[in-house]
Design a protein around this ligand. Structure first.
Ligand SMILES: [Zn+2]
Length: 166
């Protein structure tokens, strides 16, 4: 699918996101459509071409090289509520890839979002031992990555059933 331009509140181009993400932003009220396709629809929405953030985002802060501070909520946001093992968007827990009992660190690089069944199934094992390969390698996100995960995902860390616009 084509990419949607995201403008800051002052109408400067920030970056591009997928149609799904742009619609999620509109749905959450963090962005409003500036330009839309006349006929193409995405769920109840007209497919956006350009969206504008409702609140101005300070770019200097966002684009500093500073890495985001590790947190459990941050891991769920970074992975957008997607389980790193089964790929479903139902992750409500955080899994230590190498279990803490086996010397695994509590850090971005050793943490992924996981759904409860996968987390329970994996238990105190490594992905190899459990035969549950990771769908992506965990990474240290920048502040900007977390910020846009927060504004573009419909995932809410406290919701049991995350809402997804499809
Ligand atoms: Zn899962």
């Amino acid at each position: 699918m084509t990419q949607v331009e995201v403008w800051n509140a002052d109408e400067t181009l920030l970056h591009l996101v997928s149609v799904r993400h742009a619609v999620g932003m509109i749905w959450r009220g963090v962005a409003t459509p500036v330009e839309v396709h006349e006929t193409a629809r995405f769920g109840p929405y007209q497919v956006p071409i350009v969206v504008r953030l409702v609140r101005y985002v300070e770019q200097k802060w966002l684009y500093s090289r500073t890495r985001a501070t590790y947190s459990r909520e941050g891991v769920l946001l970074r992975d957008r509520g997607q389980c790193a093992y089964c790929g479903r968007f139902t992750a409500t827990t955080m899994d230590h890839v190498t279990p803490r009992s086996r010397g695994g660190a509590t850090s971005w690089a050793n943490a992924v979002a996981a759904c409860e069944p996968c987390n329970a199934r994996k238990g105190d094992r490594t992905p190899d031992e459990a035969g549950m390969p990771l769908r992506w390698d965990p990474y240290v996100p920048t502040r900007v990555q977390l910020h846009f995960a927060r504004t573009t995902t419909t995932f809410a860390p406290n919701a049991r059933d995350p809402v997804h616009v499809t």
